[in-house]
Design a protein around this ligand. Structure first.
Ligand SMILES: Cc1cc2nc3c(=O)[nH]c(=O)nc-3n(C[C@H](O)[C@H](O)[C@H](O)COP(=O)(O)OP(=O)(O)OC[C@H]3O[C@@H](n4cnc5c(N)ncnc54)[C@H](O)[C@@H]3O)c2cc1C
Length: 282
């Protein structure tokens, strides 16, 4: 296998998409689907939690999408249909082929977090890039202290991975707290924004790593709430999104101050990125 892999990968280079076949497509919410993709050449990607790929709907366009899991060599992406490309990706039926470049970007600090408590704070589709970090922690549960997953969405219908959240909730070694901005559909859970859940989570602020992903306004409030609980700024991490084209640090589309998100991010330490969060997209 490896003798075929190396020439193939090096011949294609980082700018040429590799064909991946859709093997499963499941609906998460009204506008969000999870796709499981298998590499047509049989060579799975080596992805670290928090990395993304450039996902190409042939003839339509290419967009950055975080890896939301890796089930048995399959590449898993959870995509919200917001525009032409993401709509085409979400509409891809099993058997159809998408292009994949990457993986790109850095990773959640799951190694740094070993031995510490872990707080995961996710808003909306932000749970997708954090899910592999949760999988990593759960796979090596004894290597971590308290673990909390705090998740919020706009409405109950916007919650991702609801069956999995229920399974996680059933564990005695994991705190799972969920809230929605607006209750409907007979919702009996919490109502309010996700940063509000931080006050109720159990962790030792002096020995905690926090990982946060969601809309930027939500990450700002979550960062402030985590600081208020006493977690040092250099142990809070957020994942940033900006418009991206190459994924390789070549084109400059995702520049944010002195940093290129595709090359240096998307995961940043709070003390490094917070001053730049006001900078609008180029
Ligand atoms: C590192 C990274 C990881 C991402 N991971 C995921 C993921 O796992 N799942 C997912 O569904 N999306 C993810 N996104 C966002 C995704 O790339 C955009 O939704 C996509 O590029 C939109 O392209 P489009 O052509 O479908 O829509 P467009 O026509 O380009 O845009 C439609 C609407 O979406 C807005 N939009 C476009 N790009 C973004 C963005 N990056 N962030 C917020 N709003 C945007 C536009 O302003 C516009 O209002 C990620 C983005 C980055 C940078």
């Amino acid at each position: 296998m490896a003798t075929v892999a190396e020439p193939t990968a090096s011949l294609l280079g980082p700018i040429t998409p590799r064909p991946f076949r859709v093997v499963r497509r499941g609906r998460e919410t009204a506008d969000t689907w999870t796709l499981e993709l298998e590499p047509v050449d049989g060579l799975p990607l080596d992805v670290r939690p928090g990395q993304f790929t450039m996902l190409y709907a042939f003839g339509i366009g290419e967009v950055p999408i975080s890896v939301s899991g890796q089930a048995g060599g399959l590449l898993v992406h959870t995509v919200r249909a917001v525009g032409a490309v993401s709509r085409a990706i979400c509409a891809s039926r099993p058997g159809s082929v998408l292009g994949v470049r990457g993986p790109f970007g850095n990773a959640w600090p799951v190694e740094t977090a070993e031995g510490s408590d872990v707080v995961v704070v996710a808003g909306g589709i932000g749970l997708a890039p954090l899910r592999p970090a949760v999988y990593h922690v759960l796979a090596q549960r004894d290597g971590f202290g308290e673990v909390a997953v705090l998740y919020g969405s706009r409405t109950p219908g916007d919650l991702l991975y609801t069956r999995e959240l229920e399974r996680w909730r059933g564990r005695f070694d994991l705190q799972v707290d969920v809230t929605v901005d607006r209750a409907m559909d007979g919702w009996r859970g919490k109502v309010g924004v996700v940063p509000k859940l931080i006050a109720g989570a159990h962790f030792d602020p002096d020995a905690t790593v926090a990982m946060v992903c969601g809309p930027e306004i939500m990450m700002r409030f979550a960062g402030e709430a985590l600081l208020e609980r006493g977690i040092p700024a250099d142990r809070i991490y957020v994942s940033m999104e900006r418009n991206m084209k190459c994924g390789l640090g070549w084109c400059g589309h995702c520049q944010l101050g002195p940093t290129l998100i595709c090359r240096d991010g998307p995961v940043y330490r709070w003390d490094e990125i917070e001053p730049l969060m006001e900078v609008r997209e180029l």
